[in-house]
Design a protein around this ligand. Structure first.
Ligand code: AMP
Ligand code: GLY
Length: 420
């Protein structure tokens, strides 16, 4: 079979890697991919906004199915578009993708189906938002509606900060804003919870915890993710049941009422408050870097899982996992998440990866056979092991061997599960 993966991050390299391990897959195309995917797939440089060109390439090359990695093409309706041409695609359609594309859509669904989430208000102009903020308790959370590439969420400690956030959002910092959300601040511990769904049935697809802040001790600015570990330390059978019953199932039911079958990965970003799950956000895709830390634990052939989803036969598949822990540490360009330089050489030839060590590329490109940095998050160093501590030590050892002068990384990924 031939398969296409859309995207160019660490998540997509991990997806390609899992597909490559399947003897059912003869050829992988990655649109547009990175230096890592280029060694296991054919990178195809097509603008992801140009659905027509993508469709033509897929048809001309007889690609059997497509997996969509990032949210933007999903929210833009790539699944609906490709399906019109009878192309098999794994990912949610445009209506379902509003779960990530519109925070207000999700909040309204939560309200209708009594899904636990932070209390909220929707405001359509600066005056009303500021007047509400004059009488609320801080900290408070202010969010732009729509996709904001992981930004667009402010946690404001006082009125002055909150007022700045409201102005920035309505002034268009995250694109044209018709509405914003003001939300109660939930105090608890975050957890990423994944399912995979074929539109009729679904299966759990693991849990993880990512580290979003740039500095050790979870300090500093928010980033796309500095590392992750799986499973989440909060995961228990009882909590899983609560998440499924109170959050996942009512959501899928709500979508069905809208005549919408959810097909794809669904990622619930949760806050666990005194053992109770609250939905913070939905993502209609795998997490990045959670995907890089989860997939190496998968025992079942990944291509079989995706095929079963596409054929709506997921119910008769048992997904098996290694009973291991996994840690992913992200190697970033110095300066990230603010300004950084690109095009520095990274030498990986000298490395000898062991069986349970994986390097997934993110912001890299190949030029004349050299690997050059091409983004803020550059490499994902993942180890699977029977315990978190040795997994982290192994990833840190690899990072030392890589010894990349232009980068930095956090040495404390998984600090809540590793007792020093
Ligand atoms: P989001 O993009 O909605 O996931 O928000 C980004 C981050 O802001 C989350 O990962 C949380 O750390 C934090 N956050 C968002 N909403 C809340 C909330 N209601 N209470 C506390 N923290 C929040
Ligand atoms: N790990 C956060 C995200 O993928 O959105």
């Amino acid at each position: 079979m031939k398969v296409g993966v859309i995207g160019n991050g660490g998540r997509e390299h991990a997806l390609c890697h899992s597909l490559k391990n399947s003897n059912k897959i003869k050829q992988i195309y990655c649109f547009p991919g990175n230096a890592g995917t280029s060694s296991i797939a054919e990178n195809v440089n097509i603008d992801l906004n140009n659905f027509e060109k993508l469709k033509d390439f897929i048809i001309q090359n007889n690609i059997n199915f497509i997996i969509v990695g990032p949210e933007k093409p999903l929210v833009d309706g790539i699944v609906d578009y490709l399906q019109k041409y009878k192309i098999k695609v794994f990912g949610p359609n445009k209506v379902a993708s509003q779960l990530e594309g519109s925070k207000i859509f999700t909040k309204k669904l939560c309200e209708k189906y009594k899904i636990p989430t932070a209390k909220f208000g929707i405001f359509s102009n600066t005056k009303e938002a500021l007047s509400f903020l004059q009488n609320c308790t801080f900290p408070i959370v202010i969010k732009a509606d729509g996709l904001a590439a992981g930004k667009g969420v402010y946690i404001s400690e006082n009125y002055k900060e909150a007022s700045k956030a409201v102005h920035e959002i309505f002034d268009g910092k995250f694109g044209n804003a018709e509405n914003l959300l003001i939300e109660e601040f939930l105090r608890g511990e975050e957890m990423s919870f994944f399912i995979i769904s074929d539109g009729q049935s679904y299966k759990m697809f693991g849990t993880a915890q990512d580290h979003k802040r740039v500095f050790e001790g979870d300090q500093g600015k928010n980033t796309g993710g500095m590392g992750a570990y799986s499973p989440s330390r909060l995961e228990t059978h009882e909590l899983n049941k609560k998440i499924i019953n109170k959050i996942i199932e009512p959501t899928l039911k709500g979508l069905k009422k809208l005549n919408c079958e959810y097909k794809g990965f669904l990622y619930a970003g949760l806050m666990i408050v005194n053992g109770e799950p609250f939905l913070i956000e939905y993502n209609v895709r795998m997490g990045d870097p959670e995907c890089q830390t989860l997939l190496p634990k998968l025992k079942t052939d990944f291509s079989v899982i995706i095929n079963k989803c596409i054929e709506q036969q997921l119910h008769d598949l048992e997904i098996e996992w290694y009973d291991d822990k996994s840690i992913c540490i992200v190697l970033c360009s110095k300066g990230y998440p603010e300004s950084y330089q690109k095009n520095f050489i990274i030498d990986l030839e000298k490395l000898n990866l062991k069986k349970n060590q994986f390097i997934f590329h993110a912001g890299t490109k190949k030029v004349n056979n050299a690997i050059l940095s091409d983004g803020g998050r550059v490499l994902n160093i993942v180890t699977r092991s029977n315990e978190f501590k040795s997994a982290r030590e192994s990833s840190l050892k690899l990072l030392k061997e890589i010894n990349w002068d232009n980068g930095f990384y956090r040495k404390d990924i998984g600090h809540k599960v590793i007792k020093e």
